[in-house]
Ligand binder design. Structure first.
Ligand code: HSE
Length: 312
């Protein structure tokens, strides 16, 4: 038996639509991400499901991403592979903005590659996860799969053979992630996006992203917070998450530097500079969404390690 884990991720990080992504881990040591156990080989491929959010998964196991990833992995490797007895522990909510589908895809592809003796290079593995994720969200984008696979805050480079590169971070930053408990599919949240941006808008977007990246390299926190603006997705998605405006006002009034939409939402994230801000944001989020049983809030730090073996 061998068990694998991949962390949750925040696509876009507000300022980099489809181009920035970060993996996060709760400060209290809990695992926020999906776990896949390879229980052994068997005559037929099988998948058992458990975990807090198992009720949000399709009833028919053959529709599960882990099974789809097995066949996609087999096709990419180009030979028939032994069938496996699998167990997915679904700890991330589906359609949450926490990179839930990417997380299942990454943990599955990483696990298969490790189990079968690494037939795919890191590059091929990342490509495979992005193609599988594209099948779910309707477009190939790396900003969830890459951080879930590698950890850290990453800049996507889809037109470079590198595909992505790690960025610096502010080591004292804490990110409070709050999933409100409602489902919003990435596909639906992409459908509301504008099909084109004006020249003026494109230049502002490029400027904010480059301003943020430059602030990270210079470790200029004031500039980083000033640049954390979502000029592309948020204007289109705000009607899907209207409470963001009031929550942002309440948290920024406490000195919290940024509140944004994690990935395609509805999860929100608050970037905090100390324990006091993080505790305040977490308490505020919990109180706001306490009525929803599926809601969850975590105070996180950057997960510097991505997909990995949990148990040999
Ligand atoms: N960049 C993607 C989007 C992330 O915002 O649609 C999806 O989690």
């Amino acid at each position: 038996m061998k068990s694998y884990f991949a962390p949750a991720s925040t696509g876009n990080f507000s300022v980099g639509f489809d181009l920035l992504g970060a993996a996060f881990a709760p400060k209290n040591g809990e695992l926020l991400g999906d776990e896949l156990v390879i229980e052994g080989e068997a005559a037929e491929l099988s998948l058992r499901l458990s975990g807090r959010y198992v009720h949000q998964l399709p009833g028919d196991v053959t529709d599960n991403l882990v099974i789809k990833c097995f066949y996609a992995f087999e096709q990419k490797v180009g030979k028939t592979l032994p069938r496996l007895k699998l167990h997915l522990k679904k700890h991330l909510p589906v359609g949450s903005g926490l990179g839930s589908s990417a997380c299942s895809i990454v943990v599955a592809c990483y696990a298969f590659n490790d189990y079968f003796g690494k037939p795919l290079s890191d590059f091929e593995l990342l490509q495979l996860t992005a193609v599988c994720e594209g099948g779910v969200s309707g477009a190939v984008h790396y900003d969830n799969v890459a951080p879930s696979l590698y950890g850290g805050l990453l800049l996507m480079l889809p037109e470079s053979p590198l595909l992505c590169r790690p960025l610096p971070w502010f080591p004292h930053w804490q990110v409070v992630l709050c999933y409100p408990g409602t489902v919003l599919s990435t596909k639906a949240a992409r459908e509301v996006m504008p099909k084109e941006l004006s020249l003026k808008h494109s230049i502002r977007f490029a400027n904010m992203l480059s301003r943020f990246v430059s602030a990270l390299y210079c470790q200029d926190e004031t500039e980083a917070f000033a640049a954390l603006q979502d000029l592309v997705a948020e204007p289109a998605r705000l009607p899907l998450i209207p409470e963001l405006t009031a929550i942002r006002a309440a948290l920024t009034a406490e000195g919290i530097g940024h509140v944004g939409i994690s990935g395609a939402g509805p999860t929100l994230f608050a970037v905090c500079q100390n324990d006091q801000q993080a505790e305040f944001a977490a308490a505020y989020f919990r109180q706001h969404y306490e009525k929803n049983q599926d809601a969850m809030t975590h105070i996180c730090t950057l997960a510097t390690v991505g997909a990995r073996v949990l148990l040999e």
